[in-house]
Design a binder for this molecule. Structure first.
Ligand code: 5RP
Length: 262
């Protein structure tokens, strides 16, 4: 039941709800992956059902595609869409410049392709995702299975010359077996603790044969919408150099959380 939403889910929900303000009928919308993005997909589904919103959604993972169809959003491929009006997605970390670490859900490859093919990328998050310096969250790097031991060694060697605090690399697991991405690849998590030069690191990683892409999103996101469990939402727009606070009323009978369907 909605009254049972945890504080963190309330924060994610209000961020997602606010993000729907940027979606209008006729738009092609990139749909992110993860628990925050799932709230967005549900909110958009409600608007399609109840308000006649007409959008085409390009999902960034198999699981988002399934959810989008379930809630009634028309799903198309990126090749069908070619270019999108907006992509809305979660993030694992974001800094002051709105550079991101993504890929906690293992979907950063499709997420980056879709976000890059969009007029704008909006991140929705709870306040815990804000960091001064990226890197506390392990950086996901998608690698092809062929020669992955060699790829790991090349990454380790490259990291020696980088401004990072840790250099441990682990392979992402799903229980007892390696995690496999939607593209059939594996994921290394780089425990760097602090990434001094994210742009340089991203370029260096992507030069290594065997690396498909890494979870650093540099100069891709232009707006972050941060939700709080009391209904406050902060919208930071770096294109217009503006920050505004919105408040959803969560206290009276019009309780916004009561709108959430289970
Ligand atoms: C998936 C992602 C997610 O956006 C990121 O992990 C945040 O997820 P959540 O909203 O569940 O905290 O990058 O690959």
């Amino acid at each position: 039941m909605t009254s049972e939403l945890s504080p963190i889910d309330k924060a994610k929900f209000v961020a997602a709800k606010q993000a729907t303000e940027y979606v209008k009928s006729g738009m092609k919308v990139g749909l992110g992956t993860g628990s925050t993005a799932a709230w967005l997909v549900q909110c958009l589904g409600e608007m399609v059902r109840d308000e006649g919103l007409q959008i085409k959604g390009v999902p960034t993972s198999v699981r988002t595609a399934k959810l989008a169809r379930e809630v009634g959003i028309e799903v198309i491929t990126l090749d069908e869409a070619r270019w999108l009006d907006v992509t809305i997605d979660g993030a694992d970390e974001y800094d002051d410049d709105l550079n991101l670490i993504k890929g906690g859900g293992g979907a950063h490859l499709q997420e980056k392709i879709v976000a890059t093919a969009s007029d704008r990328m909006i991140v929705i998050a709870d306040a815990s995702k804000k960091v001064d310096t990226l890197g506390a969250f392990p950086l996901p790097v998608e690698v092809i299975p062929f020669g992955m031991g060699t790829t790991q060694a090349l990454i380790e060697e490259m990291l020696i010359g980088m401004d990072v605090l840790g250099r441990t690399i682990t392979q992402r697991m799903a229980g007892d077996t390696p995690f496999v991405s939607d593209e059939g690849n594996f994921i290394f998590d780089l425990h760097l603790k602090r990434i001094g030069e994210p742009r340089k690191l991203s370029l260096m990683l992507n030069q290594i044969p065997g690396v498909v892409d890494n979870g650093l999103f540099i100069d891709t996101c232009d707006m972050v919408i941060v939700g709080h469990s009391d209904g406050r939402v902060t919208v930071r727009d770096i294109l217009n150099d503006a920050t505004e606070e919105v408040r959803f009323n969560v206290l009276d009978d019009d309780n916004i959380f009561a709108d959430v369907t289970d």
